[in-house]
Design a protein. Sequence first.
Length: 207
Amino acid sequence: MSASRKFICSVMILAAAQLLPACSKTPQLPLLAADATILAFGDSLTAGSGAADTESYPAVLTRLTGRRVINAGVPGEVSADGVKRLPGLLERERPVLLILCHGGNDLIARRDHQLIADNLRAMIRTAGERGVPVLLVAVPALGLTLKPPNLYQELAREFRIPLERKALAHILGKGTLKSDYIHPNAAGYRLLAEALAELLKKSGALP
C-alpha cells in the first residue's frame, strides 16, 4: 500500500473512532464518582414489595455498583403524588443521579396516558432544574403482552435520557420471577438491578 493510501486509511479510521460516541444509541450520563449517591424513586417496584429490604433493586444495585443507592419507593403511590414528593427528597439527599420508575399504579387504575406522561415529565424537569440527570425505567401495562406504553420511549427521546424498557416486562412475564401478579420476587429484583447496572455502563455512568 502506498504512503498516500495509508494516510487516507488512517484518517478514515480516526474519524470513525471519533464519530462512534456521537452515534451511540444510548444517551450518555456523567461518570459516577465512587462516593456518588443515586436516588431510586418510585412506588412499590422501587420499595421492593414482595421481597426483603436487602433484596429490593436499590439494595442489590448498591452492591453491584459500589455506589450508595437510596430506596425512595412508596408502595401505592401514583405519579401525581410523586411529583409533589420528589422536590423535597432531591433537596435533602442531593443525589447525582435519579432513577425514575413510576406510573405503575396509574396504569393499574387505567388513568389517561397523557396524564402519566405529564407527571413523569414534571419529575424529569424537577431533577433537571437541580442539575440531576435521570435514568428512566419503563413500567409495563397490564395485559397479555405486558408492553410498556409508548409514553416512556417518547419521554426518553424528548429529554435524551437512558431508558430501561425491557427488564420489568420480562420479569413480570415469568411466574418464577414474581411474588404476585404485579411485583417481582428477590430473583426478579436482582435481574432488574443487573439490567440497570448494565445500562449505567452503556451510558458511561460506570466504567
